[in-house]
Structure formats: structure tokens, C-alpha cells
Design a protein around this ligand. Structure first.
Ligand SMILES: C[S@@+](CC[C@H](N)C(=O)[O-])C[C@H]1O[C@@H](n2cnc3c(N)ncnc32)[C@H](O)[C@@H]1O
Length: 277
């Protein structure tokens, strides 16, 4: 079978299974099983595909029909122009989280703390973009930290990153110019409304802290000042309805210049707050 025919077969199976973006997904999965860059699919579409690749493709299509996201099937997610390994132990990062990087790169922070790093996208991206930065990344999940370590090696920044297993600040000491985090923030009673691609595959600990979803912000607002250098700031992802609540938590904890920023869709997505001098 030639590559084009394989993609058509996959696309029609996904379409009939009600999977959105069937053509795009079939193309990405075909490129993955044939070990070629997706940008070369059109160029190579008349090539014969091996029996082994066809079997891998059919398996990938079955996974996708079960709503497993393409990034999880191929084990890779692109973030800020770099590919990151994704496993079942980490959140599949969202494009909206790039808003935090855009904001962080406006600062001149050199000592950076990434709390709840997951696959490492935030801390590793900042280490890769800022060659003079030293980054501490933490997670309560040992398995997630292993994934982050692999990604740090992949992007050649492991020498400037320290990996610490910690329940938020519990195992940390030192001062940082920037604390960045995308903590779990979905309220317990909103979990059922999540899409199947998310709820069935992202680790629960990466999605929700339980209760009203604000517990990590209470902890970070309560303790971050002890870990920030003068003029240090925090940049945190928030749920799009949490702007007022999280802003008040940081104002009440004595932070200054507390701002809510929007993502590219215009939704509240980020809180920035400065340590009071
Ligand atoms: C929403 S995910 C974000 C992962 C990554 N920063 C990203 O944006 O893709 C939240 C992360 O926080 C970690 N986490 C949950 N509870 C934690 C805690 N008590 N202390 C430290 N990390 C925690 C989870 O294991 C998960 O990796």
C-alpha cells in the first residue's frame, strides 16, 4: 500500500468514528509510523509503506478512535518551537501555556523556579531561551521528574537545571528572581465537564487539587515571598474564571503590581505578581 492510500484509509476511519480533524490526525500518525517529518508526507505520498508500519498505523488509529490524543500516541508535544517527550505520567501541555513564557521572557530573571514542572516545558524552555539562567524544577511526582530530565537532556540544558521532588515549597530553599508555575487548578466539580481526550489521559494530580481548585494558589501566595529575591515575581497560569479570586489571594498576601493577563483567545490565563519590597 502507498502512503497516500494509508492516510485516506485512516482519515475515513477517524471521520466515521466522529474524531474531529480526521485528515490532520491521520497524516500526523502516518508520518509518525513511517518515521518521517509531517512536512514531507506530500513529497513521499506515492512511496510504498512496509507491513510493519501499516500495523503500527492501524494500532495508532484504534488508539485515536478511543480518544487518545495524537500527542500521546506519538509521545511528543511541541511547545515554544521545541519537541517535548510526553508520557502517561505528565500533563499533555496546552498551547495557552506559552503565554507564561512570553511574559517570563520580558523579565531578566536568572534564578528561576518552576513549580509542578510535569514534562518540564516551562523550566526547560526558559533554560533554553536564557543561556545565563539557572533553573530549579519541582514536582510531587517522581515519574514526571524523570520525563522532565529526559526533556532537559534532549534540549541540552540539564547542566543548568536542578530537579527536586517536592510538595510545592516543602523541600526547597534559596531565592529566585522568578517563580513560574502551571499548577493543577480544575475544581473538583468541573472535572466531569472536561473533554474525553483530557479526562481519560492526563494524570488526575496534574488536573485538579480537589475542592475549588485554588489550593495551589493559596500555598504559592502564602509562601512565595520567602523564596523571591528583591523585585522577584511570580507568573502563574490560572483557569479562565479564576482571575479575580487569584488576584485577591496575591493582593491579600502583600504582593504588588498584581495583574491578570489574557491568552491569545482573550481569556484570563495568567497572574503576574511582584514581591513587596
Ligand atoms: C497542570 S500540570 C503542569 C505541568 C507542566 N508545568 C505543564 O504546564 O505542562 C501540574 C503539575 O503539578 C504537579 N503537582 C501536583 N500537585 C503538586 C504538589 N503538591 N507539589 C508539586 N507539584 C504538584 C503535577 O504532578 C503536575 O505535573
Amino acid at each position: 500500500m502507498i502512503l497516500r492510500a494509508l492516510i485516506v484509509r485512516g482519515k475515513s476511519a477517524l471521520y466515521q468514528g466522529g474524531i474531529p480533524n480526521a485528515a490532520r490526525d491521520a497524516r500526523l500518525l502516518a508520518a509518525h509510523v513511517c518515521d518521517i517529518d509531517p512536512s514531507r508526507v506530500t513529497l513521499l505520498e506515492m512511496d510504498e509503506v512496509s507491513e510493519a508500519a501499516i500495523a503500527r498505523f492501524d494500532d495508532a488509529i484504534t488508539q485515536r478512535l478511543n480518544h487518545r490524543p495524537v500527542s500521546r500516541i506519538i509521545g511528543v508535544r511541541e511547545f515554544w518551537g521545541r519537541n517535548f517527550q510526553i508520557t502517561d505520567d505528565v500533563l499533555d501541555p496546552l498551547g495557552d501555556t506559552e503565554t507564561l513564557i512570553a511574559e517570563a521572557l520580558k523579565t531578566s530573571a536568572k534564578r528561576i523556579l518552576d513549580l509542578g514542572t510535569g514534562s518540564g516545558i516551562l523550566g526547560i524552555t526558559l533554560a533554553a531561551e536564557r543561556l545565563d539562567a539557572f533553573v530549579v524544577v519541582t514536582d510531587i511526582s517522581k515519574a514526571a521528574l524523570l520525563v522532565a530530565k529526559n526533556n532537559a537532556k534532549r534540549h541540552h540544558v540539564e547542566d543548568r537545571i536542578k530537579f527536586i521532588e517536592s510538595d510545592w515549597f516543602d523541600s526547597l530553599h534559596g531565592k529566585f528572581d522568578l517563580i513560574i508555575s502551571n499548577p493543577p487548578y480544575i475544581a473538583e466539580n468541573e472535572m466531569d465537564a472536561l473533554e474525553r481526550d483530557v479526562i481519560n489521559f492526563d494524570p488526575k494530580i496534574a488536573l485538579t487539587p480537589g475542592g475549588d481548585g485554588l489550593a495551589p494558589y493559596r500555598i504559592i501566595a502564602g509562601q512565595a515571598q520567602n523564596y523571591l529575591s528583591e523585585n522577584g515575581r511570580v507568573i502563574l497560569e490560572i483557569g479562565y474564571l479564576q482571575g479575580n479570586d487569584v488576584q485577591n489571594l496575591f493582593l491579600n498576601a502583600g504582593f504588588v503590581s498584581v495583574q491578570v493577563l489574557q491568552d491569545l483567545d482573550g481569556k484570563d490565563r495568567v497572574i503576574v505578581a511582584k514581591r513587596a519590597v
